[in-house]
Each structure stands twice: as structure tokens, then as C-alpha cells.
Design a protein around this ligand. Structure first.
Ligand SMILES: [Zn+2]
Length: 375
């Protein structure tokens, strides 16, 4: 089997890797870091001593370079802006804090009314409100396994039939789910603001396409989609909404722990339809231990650099992916509003927090404002 070519990160002799999260917590490792990049930009930077110590201590370890954009916007830094290192929440905490946390929706609506470019970062919480299983936490099992046992390249290499059963099950379940009022509020807001020359974009870790189903057009699916496949041979990515995805998986994939593995021969699993290929397909999702697509990360970076309001929806601000993206927005002084079922130790770093189901809070937050003249 031919291996698809690995995407190269532009401009560097670095190999970095965002390890998919375990229970939502980011694990981002820089790999085979090649000096002198961090040392040289640290020398050129205007970092405080304290921050330099912190940053230095990350080298070979972890941090998210985007955070530094706040400190030095020119030069060396931008060159590395799309490199992802580990997150250091402490670093973010020491950046800025010239406001106090507000729970006041009327106050949020003032910012909303003025915003021209809104970024919504969404996570599993908004999908959970539509009944999408997350395979995390207590009871989060498929048969005897958790997502992190099955959603790995190793599991797929070992037993592609089993991994396909798992994804077949998830595809079939998700096709029965509908966007909730939170998804719809975001999509309707995007359509309405578009007519006013304003932009809304959703950056999501969810792979269920419920944002798309709700009508969201500007969508960056950083973990891919349950309804896309990628050929392990030629690398072609294709949309696929078939149910079942192939005849052999029909009726398979039951999550019941007593179920026997279907042991489908690889030739009967989903295969590539490109002329002359026929390679084994895999779900086009980012698995534990795999890289996020650098092209999508660049787009994310661009949106984050331009936005003037950021909503963090259904994901805690200390865990991936919001922890990766929201802090750099906050560090520019852009208001970040968190919509979540609970507060976190990091909540106070942001301007707003609205507690409760996003199906309740978002429709109110994103409703037409009295100052909107086109709707
Ligand atoms: Zn192919």
C-alpha cells in the first residue's frame, strides 16, 4: 500500500504535531525541533525576562506561538506564526487583563452590534445538545473501547474493519440528529450579517457537520468530517453521505459490548473510486496522534487575526481547541465570550461568560440588534 505524502509545513525545517486530545485536553508536541528558531526569535523579541524564562522552558516542549503575535507583531515571529507548539495558559494569563468578567448580555450585545468579523469557536458541547454521542467520559464507550482506542492510525492499521464499524456507527447515528437552536442561531446570524457586509465564521472541532446542516457557510472543520473519506493510497478526499457507506457494513457497528467484530475483509471495506486506484478509504478525520491540516490552520490564523469578536461555544477555554485559538484573540484585546455549561478556571481571562445550554444562550446573544438596518 502506497503511503499518501505527508503535508509539508511551509517555511520551516520543523516537524510539529498536534496530538489529538484525550478527554478534550490538548497535547501538542513539537517534534525534532531544529534550533536556532526559538533562540533567535527570543533574542530579537521584546519579551520580558519572565516571559523569556517561560518561553525558554517551553522549547523542546510546548507552546502556541500564535500567542506571541501579541508581543511582537513584526519580523521573525510572523514567519513562524503557523507553527503550533504547546499551549501555556499561564503565558496567556500574564498577557492582558484590563477588564473584568461580565455576565451581562446587554453589555455583550453592544459589542455584537459593532462587530464586523465574528469568529465562533465550537466544540463538543454544542453537538451534545443535539444528542450526538461524544465517546468521552463516563459511559462514553463503543463496545469495550473509548474513542482514543479506535481513533488512531495504529488501530486502523491493525484492524481497519473494526475502526470502520465504529465510524459507520457514528455516521449512521449523526445522520439522525438535527442542528439545535444554537447551531441555527449561528447560521442565521451569518446569513443576516452577510447582507450587511459583516462576516461570521465558525471554527469547529466537531466532525458531525451539524453546523453545515444548520446552514453555516463559512466553516473551518479543523478535525475533518464523518462524511468525508480519504484514500490511503492516492490521498484523494471525497464527500460521502452513503448509508451504509458500503454493503459489507450494512447492519454492522452496534455499540453493544457483547457484539462480535464483523471482521470484514479489507477488499470489502470502503474503497477509492478514483480511476485505477481502488485503495482503502479511511475517515477524513484527525485521529489521535495526527497533525491538523496546516492549510486549515493557516485559514484559522487569518480569521483569528482579523476578527473583532470571538465566541467560544460548547468547549471550555482551558481545553483544546479553544485554548489554542481564543487566547491569541483575547491577547489582541478582542472581546471573547464563552458560552458553556460551566465555568472553568480560565473563564475570568475572557470578557464574557454565559452559562447554560448554547441552545438557550446563543439565540438571545445573536438575535438581530436594534441597530441592524438590513435583515
Ligand atoms: Zn485512491
Amino acid at each position: 500500500m502506497k503511503q499518501p505524502r505527508k503535508p509539508r509545513i511551509a517555511g520551516g525545517s520543523h516537524s510539529h504535531k498536534i496530538t489529538q486530545m484525550d478527554g478534550g485536553r490538548a497535547e501538542i508536541h513539537s517534534q525534532r525541533w531544529v534550533p536556532p528558531a526559538p533562540a533567535s526569535f527570543l533574542r530579537r523579541s521584546s519579551l520580558t525576562r519572565q516571559a523569556q524564562r517561560t518561553a525558554s522552558s517551553w522549547c523542546g516542549n510546548n507552546f502556541y506561538l500564535g500567542i506571541f503575535k501579541y508581543n511582537f507583531k513584526q519580523g521573525q515571529l510572523l514567519k513562524y506564526s503557523q507553527l503550533i507548539w504547546n499551549i501555556n495558559v499561564q503565558m496567556v494569563q500574564q498577557i492582558d487583563k484590563d477588564f473584568t468578567l461580565s455576565l451581562d448580555m446587554a453589555d455583550f450585545r453592544k459589542f455584537f452590534a459593532k462587530a464586523k468579523h465574528i469568529v465562533v469557536i465550537s466544540g463538543a458541547g454544542i453537538s451534545a445538545e443535539s444528542g450526538v454521542p461524544t465517546f468521552r467520559g463516563a459511559g462514553g464507550y463503543w463496545r469495550k473501547w473509548k474513542a482514543q482506542d479506535l481513533a488512531t492510525p495504529q488501530a486502523f492499521a491493525r484492524n481497519p474493519s473494526q475502526v470502520w464499524e465504529f465510524y459507520h456507527y457514528r455516521r449512521e447515528v449523526v445522520q439522525t440528529k438535527e442542528p439545535n437552536p444554537g447551531h441555527l442561531a449561528i447560521a442565521q446570524c451569518e446569513a443576516r450579517l452577510h447582507k450587511q457586509g459583516r462576516r461570521v465564521v465558525v471554527i469547529t472541532q466537531n466532525i458531525d457537520e451539524l453546523h453545515r446542516k444548520a446552514g453555516t457557510k463559512n466553516l473551518l472543520e479543523i478535525h475533518g468530517s464523518l462524511f468525508k473519506t480519504r484514500c490511503t493510497s492516492c490521498g484523494v478526499v471525497a464527500e460521502n453521505y452513503k448509508s451504509p457507506i458500503c454493503p459489507a457494513l450494512s447492519g454492522k457497528g452496534s455499540p453493544d459490548p457483547e457484539t462480535q467484530s464483523a471482521r470484514i475483509p479489507a477488499e470489502n471495506l470502503p474503497r477509492c473510486e478514483e480511476a485505477g486506484c481502488g485503495g482503502l478509504l479511511r475517515p477524513h478525520v484527525v485521529w489521535f496522534g495526527e497533525n491538523l491540516d496546516p492549510a486549515i490552520l493557516e485559514e484559522v490564523d487569518r480569521e483569528l487575526a482579523l476578527c473583532d469578536l470571538c465566541l467560544v461555544v460548547g468547549t471550555s477555554s482551558v481545553v483544546y481547541p479553544a485554548a489554542m485559538f481564543a487566547p491569541q484573540v483575547s491577547a489582541r484585546g478582542v472581546p471573547v465570550a464563552e458560552f458553556n455549561m460551566e465555568t472553568t478556571p480560565a473563564t475570568s481571562r475572557f470578557r464574557f461568560h454565559f452559562q447554560g445550554p448554547c441552545g438557550t444562550t446563543l439565540p438571545e446573544a445573536l438575535a438581530p440588534h436594534e441597530t441592524e438596518t438590513v435583515s
